[in-house]
Ligand binder design. Structure first.
Ligand SMILES: [Zn+2]
Length: 493
């Protein structure tokens, strides 16, 4: 972060930042919010348009049922209460990429309110961040400033995006640090992806975030004047923009100035925010109920039907997987971060002899090798099926942990899956009892002190003998058989 004002830590420490986030999420419906046009990213400019989304006189909007269902699903997933009768309103403002001159949105009666998202605070404790509301609205088109014949002197308009269904999710000003804001967005995106209502693709603008931030002296009972940082296209940049903005505002106040209520744009190349325009207040938009749409009624029966599509959500899934697979919280977070992967993992693990062992091999041996090779699991030579096979062989004692490591090394070195390498290089395993017994006798004879310890009641010393014999066999003794025989021999000795 550029230390803009070069403020000393003890100055920064006098202030408490206060952050609230507004997140716009495009819904993955087949058609647009109020017309039958295709809801799809890209396409030849102005090919997914009709009189309704072009705002031509006389065209009437018809609400998309799937958009309502997705909004309800998203709202319930973040703990909101659904308002049975919500109202669409016109939000009046002129923008070249919004031909109607207003946006259909929801104002005083949004479809959902009073939700919450749990984040970890700086001490690692759970902290509930309130969600004020989730409301439905439509997206605008796009102004294109380059790439066309007369781009130097003209702006081009593409209205394909016009009328795309959105939900806007507004948080309470409960966030206190840029890290908490980052965590809130991460959790929110994860939940939305689990519900499948959006692809949350930030590069394509399916998820966009504005941040309201102010600072006040610690212990003050009134928030400072807030500035809004608009349309930052990654969570990391939002964190950076907030860090910058907090320091900028403290600098203004320390210099005896006043923070102005305004919208600011983040410039990532320069690592700073710029004033864009003074911030509108709600009354600037002259909201009034949309006369072309009836009130939206989502009754108990419809809600029940929508909620039957609610998947197990990330937090619940983590808790269950920690219990079921003996995972750490960190490992559970890794496995559940993306639902398709979590689904594939669980399907594979449940087909294995020991799901726990599948998780353990995946999170240690595989992860370690992926890191070393600097690749993602999607590019791993060892597939989930390969991990399951390895886990089953290890579980049955048919390969030792040393052999497992060697086989995996070969897989990664050659870029081949486990089944192929195992069939080809199947480790020589000594499963002949008499051969193993002979080696055990040898080790027992060489370690009288440890034998005495075992006889004295310290049965854990058996592990020492197992280790020694394994070494003697160059890692080839059948581990299950070896364990059994060592104890038998020691007891009989
Ligand atoms: Zn249309």
């Amino acid at each position: 972060m550029p230390a803009i004002a070069g403020l000393a830590p003890e100055i920064l420490d006098k202030y408490q930042p206060v952050i609230g986030l507004e997140v716009h999420v495009q819904l993955l419906t087949r058609s647009k919010a109020f017309c039958g046009c295709k809801n799809e990213y890209g396409g030849e400019p102005n090919t997914h348009v009709c009189p309704v989304c072009l705002g031509l006189p006389g065209a009437l909007p018809v609400l998309n049922r799937q958009a309502v269902e997705f909004a309800v699903l998203a709202a319930k997933a973040i703990g909101c209460e659904i308002r049975e009768t919500s109202v669409f309103s016109r939000k009046n403002y002129f923008y070249p990429d919004s031909p109607k001159g207003y946006q259909i949105s929801q104002f005083d009666k949004p479809i959902a309110e009073h939700g919450c998202i749990v984040v970890k605070d700086a001490d690692g404790n759970d902290k509930k961040i309130g969600v004020t509301r989730l409301h439905m609205e439509e997206d605008a088109g796009k102004s294109l400033h380059d790439g066309f014949a007369d781009s130097a002197t003209r702006t081009y308009i593409d209205l394909n995006r016009c009328g795309t269904p959105l939900v806007e999710i507004v948080s309470e000003p409960d966030l206190r640090t840029p890290d908490e804001a980052f965590e809130y967005l991460t959790r929110l995106k994860e939940i939305l992806l689990y519900t499948g209502v959006s692809d949350c693709n930030m590069e394509e603008g399916s998820l966009r975030c504005d941040a309201n931030v102010s600072v006040m002296l610690k212990g003050a009972d009134k928030f400072g004047t807030k500035a809004e940082v608009k349309n930052v296209n990654s969570f990391r940049y939002i964190r950076a923009a907030l860090e910058y903005e907090i320091e900028r505002q403290i600098g203004v106040i320390e210099d005896g100035g006043r923070v102005v209520q305004e919208s600011r744009l983040w410039n990532n190349a320069e690592g700073r925010t710029f004033s864009m325009r003074s911030k509108e207040q709600a009354h600037d938009y002259r909201y009034f109920p949309e006369p072309d749409l009836p009130a939206l009624v989502v009754g108990a029966e419809w809600q029940k039907q929508i909620l039957s599509a609610m998947p197990e959500l990330p937090e619940a899934r983590r808790a269950r997987m920690i219990a079921e697979y003996g995972l750490s919280a960190q490992d559970a977070a890794t496995l559940t971060a993306e639902r398709p992967f979590a689904d594939r993992f669980e399907t594979a693990a449940n087909a294995a002899k020991s799901p726990k062992r599948v998780a353990a091999i995946l999170l240690s041996e595989i992860t370690m090798r992926l890191r070393a090779a600097e690749i993602e699991f999607e590019e791993s030579p060892v597939t989930l099926d390969g991990v399951v096979l390895a886990a089953d062989l290890a579980e049955a004692g048919e390969i030792s942990s040393k052999q497992l490591k060697q086989l995996l090394d070969t897989c990664f070195a050659e870029g081949r899956d486990f089944a192929f390498v195992y069939e080809r290089d199947k480790p020589q395993q000594i499963s002949d009892s008499s051969a193993i017994e002979k080696m055990i006798d040898e080790v027992i004879a060489a370690n009288p002190a440890q034998v005495a310890q075992f006889k004295g009641g310290k049965r854990t010393v058996a592990a020492f003998f197992v280790g020694q014999v394994m070494k003697l066999s160059k890692g080839q003794a059948n581990p299950a058989l070896l364990n059994e025989l060592v104890v038998k021999k020691l007891d009989a000795n």
